[in-house]
Design a protein around this ligand. Sequence first.
Ligand code: C2E
Ligand code: MG
Ligand code: MG
Length: 304
Amino acid sequence: MRGSLRISVFPDDSTDAQSLMQHAEAALHRAKINPLHEGVCFYSEDMETNSIARRVHYTQIKQAIVHHRVVTLYQPLVNALTGETIAVEALMRIADEAGNLISPIEFITLAEEARLIIPLGEQMISQALAQLKVWQSENKRIRLCLNISPIQFLDPHFVPFLLHTIDQHGVQPSQIELEVTESLMLQNLQQVIRDMTQLRDIGISISIDDFGTGYSCLSYLKILPVDVLKIDRSFINQLTIETPEEPLVQAITQLAKGASLTSVAEGVENEFQVHRLQEFGVSLLQGFYFSRPVTADKIKTRYF
Ligand code: C2E
Ligand code: MG
Ligand code: MG
């Protein structure tokens, strides 16, 4: 077993017991999340700002769950050659009391640490599947991509919840795609393979999000039931007039082709990138060049 040590010092960090304890809590958090500290961390002032921001976000997450203020936006994925919208990715926001939307970059990590990503993710999945049902009843054949955090995927209630919600909304599993990240493969691999296989058996597709940024242990592509590789935005960014070859994007596209997987380029922002990605043979494109994430109404009027 591994311990973590939190340290705050009297009188430098604080002169009263309660603040000393709070500072020590902040130090404990840092000691736990950063392996470089090897379980021991002293309090420093920047943690104060961090810990205030964390408390604010924690409250916002809790409030969003209790008051059902999870908001789903959608971003299209288009066929690289025809420009037809093939799928939409559901992207989560939470709204504060005033209705301002908060970006997932601000709260996802904290929500994962506190396991609040599970109730957040559940609200989001319910909303998105209800929306998919509306599209299906209007004969819009569109695939829905859902981001699933490793914390949520590994939770024993996740698969039963998803199956129940699919049933409840009466949607076709073949129109659902789950986006997971490479970090999931570092966890309980046997359970991951079992659950992915079960989901795939009923027609759900599995996509590896942000491909190339994780541990990229390519051997897992052989054993995992995966359908799609999403090339991370940071590689698409490198595709410029000065560097039109970007070998990593080409290599991942070829890898996907060789393994009969669909390739998706994330973060496509300009026409030059569109042309290059078409030439490389990437299957689907997604990014601000086509649309930012928008509400369900907007995506419907603009894209299908
Ligand atoms: P992601 O799944 O890789 O989603 C793509 C992110 O890139 C989105 O940010 C999207 O708005 C942004 N993006 C798309 N095209 C462009 C572009 O052309 N340029 C730039 N600069 N950015 C682009 P967003 O919506 O802020 O989401 C950030 C991350 O938060 C997501 O990355 C995903 O990891 C996580 N996330 C979002 N929604 C959910 C959710 O429902 N559940 C979970 N577990 N995670 C989510
Ligand atoms: Mg994604
Ligand atoms: Mg991504």
